[in-house]
Design a protein around this ligand. Structure first.
Ligand code: SF4
Length: 60
């Protein structure tokens, strides 16, 4: 997939959002998470996409 301007990790199907627990049962997304492909690694939401980027709305 060709990487275009504006493609960032938070919009990729391989990105897993991290949250901060707030009170009893509220969870707020923080500005980071991790990537699960091709290996597990930390990533910020706005990290520029890599060659493995697949948009969340991708339909083959
Ligand atoms: S590092 Fe690449 S594969 Fe992982 S979430 Fe970001 S764009 Fe997707």
């Amino acid at each position: 997939m060709e990487i275009e301007k504006g493609h960032i990790c938070q919009n990729c199907i391989h990105f897993r959002q991290h949250y901060v627990k707030w009170g009893e049962d509220l969870y707020w997304p923080c500005g980071s998470g991790h990537c699960v492909y091709p290996r597990c690694k930390p990533r910020y939401n706005d990290t520029k996409a890599c060659q493995y980027y697949v948009p969340k709305d991708y339909a083959p």
